[in-house]
Structures are given as C-alpha cells and as structure tokens.
Ligand binder design. Sequence first.
Ligand SMILES: NC(=O)c1ccc[n+]([C@@H]2O[C@H](COP(=O)([O-])OP(=O)(O)OC[C@H]3O[C@@H](n4cnc5c(N)ncnc54)[C@H](OP(=O)(O)O)[C@@H]3O)[C@@H](O)[C@H]2O)c1
Length: 289
Amino acid sequence: MKILVTGCYGQLGNSLRIELENDPEIEAMYTDYDTLDITDRDAVGRCLAENKFDFVVNCAAYTAVDRAETDDLKAAALNTGAVGNLGEAAAKNGTKVIHISTDYVFSGQGCRPYDEKDEPYPQGIYGRTKLEGEGLLSSFCQDAMIIRTAWLYSQFGKNFVKTMMQLADTHDRLTVVCDQIGTPTFAGDLAKAIHTILRHDRWVPGIYHFTDEGVASWYDFSKAIFELAGKNVEVTPVPSSEYPTPAKRPFYSVLSKNKIKKTFGMEIPYWRDSLKRCIELLGEEKNFN
Ligand SMILES: NC(=O)c1ccc[n+]([C@@H]2O[C@H](COP(=O)([O-])OP(=O)(O)OC[C@H]3O[C@@H](n4cnc5c(N)ncnc54)[C@H](OP(=O)(O)O)[C@@H]3O)[C@@H](O)[C@H]2O)c1
C-alpha cells in the first residue's frame, strides 16, 4: 500500500512515521512544506499524479489558534484551500484521503459529547477555516474520511505537556484554567487509529471523532502531568476570564467516539494511561524536536 503523509514534521506526522515504520505492507512518502507545500495546487496535482498513492493522510495544518485571529489569510490558505487541493488531486487519481480536523468546529456550549451529526458552529478563525476545509474536501472528493480530534500532545513539537514540564523547571506554583473541559489525546493513539483504518478491510468515508477516553479540565490535565512526572508544582485553578486569549476557547469540547469505535472495532486508551506513556518517552529521550 502506497501512502503520502503531509505535515510530517508536526506532532501527528512524526507520530504516524513511528507508528508505520515497522509495517512492511506500507510504503510511505513523508513530506512537509519544504518538500510538498500543500498550498501549491500544481505541486500537489503533480505529486499525486506521479505517485498514484492509495491514501493521502493530511497531517499538515495551521494550528496556531491565537495567531490565526490576525493571520486569517494564511490560516485559510492551509486549513481550507490546501485541503481542497488535496481533495481535487485525490479525486482525479482515485486516491483515498484521511484528513484531520478539530473540536474547534463546535461552539463548545454543549453539555454532552459532540457526535458527528451535531451542528458545527466555530467561534474563531482556526475553527472556521478547518470547517471550511472539511466542506471543500467533501465537495471535491467522495472518498474522504475526516477525523476530528482535540487537545493533541506528544513527545514532538510544542504542546501543553511539554510546556508544563518546562515550567516545572522554573516554577513551584502555577495557575491553570479549570472551566474548559475536553480530552487530552496522545498523538501516538491517533496515529495508531489511522494505522488501523489504513489496514482495515472496510473503508467507510465520512466524518469521525477520535480522542482518548475520559474527560478533564486543563487544571486536571496539569495536575496529572506533575503527578505522573514527579514534579512538585502547586497548581491553583482559575476561570478562563482570568486568562484572556485572542481566540475564544470552547468551554466544552468532549467528542463522542462511538462511531469510529463501532465502525473499525477500535479500543481507545484512557487519557491518563497514555499521558503516562508520553511522560516516560519524554524522560527517555531529551532530543525530541
Ligand atoms: N494540536 C492540537 O491540539 C490539535 C487539536 C485538534 C485538532 N488538531 C488537528 O490535528 C492535525 C495535526 O495537528 P498537529 O498538532 O500535529 O499539527 P502541527 O504539529 O502544527 O503540524 C503541522 C505541520 O504542518 C506543517 N505545514 C505548515 N505549512 C505547510 C504547508 N504549506 N505544506 C505542508 N505542510 C505544512 C507545519 O510546519 P510548521 O510547523 O513549520 O508550520 C507542521 O510541521 C491538524 O489537522 C490539526 O488541525 C490538532
């Protein structure tokens, strides 16, 4: 099976490389903006036409949620236009697409886990451009799967876990917001889910939700990080109103995983178990970029 992974220097792209590297059935080409800028429609068209991939897994995105509020053209180029480029080229070449989207497509005003049929209502530029990317992809390509995820962290890149671990070196007290609820999700678990889908004998296009199991606030998440990493940091819970950000954050963004679990027979790890694994990985290797 021949696949293209875009955005391979990111959290999910790196996690997918590790997940797939021992699968002899998968021949993967890994690209990022320096080898395949997915905002370049001609380059994407050429790459898919020349290589005749079975799947494209799009891990590239504009993920700087706050910066997107003032950098909307760039966010739209990557999160919407580029996703259209992939969908258009994939449809021409009979390539299936697995594209990653976000909980930020929802308003975050709900009080039960969002399922795939719930009405999206993004609150900021990042969520809006991601939702428009979903729409453009589906309009070009029938053979596309969109997996919405949330609160990703990993041993790679920048994320909440690594920020907390760095802060623990210089702080013995921190304040963390306690009124935003979601599910911390280890990128390695999402990579594993994508691997399961790639190797599954069923291919069912459409929208899916995937996060780790369980729920937490950012406060709970930070407490678990310090506890599991053995760091002595006192955390004070604060409301979001004490921590203003340019982009509005969803208060509730728990996603229902029933559809992906039923369709592909997946078991999903509990977020604290995966967090423990990630912290162990961070302890073993200091050179993750
Ligand atoms: N991170 C989260 O908490 C989170 C939550 C929900 C959903 N998601 C979604 O999950 C997916 C993976 O997220 P992630 O955290 O792995 O993202 P990430 O770490 O920001 O990785 C994205 C990668 O895409 C690259 N890229 C930027 N412009 C590109 C271009 N024009 N062509 C090709 N590649 C380009 C980025 O390079 P640069 O770093 O140089 O820009 C980066 O290497 C995304 O679709 C994201 O929207 C993430």
